[in-house]
Design a protein around this ligand. Sequence first.
Ligand SMILES: C[S@@+](CC[C@H](N)C(=O)[O-])C[C@H]1O[C@@H](n2cnc3c(N)ncnc32)[C@H](O)[C@@H]1O
Length: 210
Amino acid sequence: MKPSGVCGCRTPFLDRYLEKLPITLEDLSGKLILDIGGGGLYFAQEATLNYGAKIFSIGKDLSEASHRYALWVERANARRASIPELNALKYCLERSACTLAQALPFHDDIFDTVISISAIPLLLNSPRAILNSFQEAIRVTKSGGTAYFYPLAPVRRPEHRQKEQKRVYRALQMLTREKGIRITLLPCEENDPIGSGLKIPTQLLIIEKY
Ligand SMILES: C[S@@+](CC[C@H](N)C(=O)[O-])C[C@H]1O[C@@H](n2cnc3c(N)ncnc32)[C@H](O)[C@@H]1O
């Protein structure tokens, strides 16, 4: 397969994620990363395949990833060959858990980087749940590590944006009382990270732990 996109990896998916988050390839290579709301595990699979990142994914529902795995198995069987994408997805699935962002099943201070793309805080509907998920992400991040949440407002449903942003800002207000973190909100006018190419202003939340 031909390399593509900004980081020259083998499929376009990882490029799109890296465009959204201010992370470099060094931030992936050999690092321990938590992907919250991993969905189909596209990010985890690509980062594992291309950069040897060690990614743990969690999500409320991992059926999309299991479905994708079954499709890769079919492809491998049809080709009667081992396929690197299948091996990477298998590795990622073995390191994933069906669990909520508000109660992470990990010890404190273990991940170099935590990311949540199109998942947290978007899919939580109370400031308390949003705050819990931010606190959990901070708890499992190492000192010197960073957590990224993108986007803060729904890019596909701009009509809900104001209400959802209010919930997030309320949670962020409570979070500012926590010690040992630096919170940055970056405005972005970005394409939808995983789909339609809409150009709608939103924000990226960065929480650095020191
Ligand atoms: C739109 S998908 C995003 C998938 C992936 N991050 C991506 O960019 O392709 C949202 C994911 O968040 C997960 N999710 C929803 N609520 C959650 C929660 N409270 N805790 C953890 N994951 C959650 C869903 O199961 C789903 O897999």
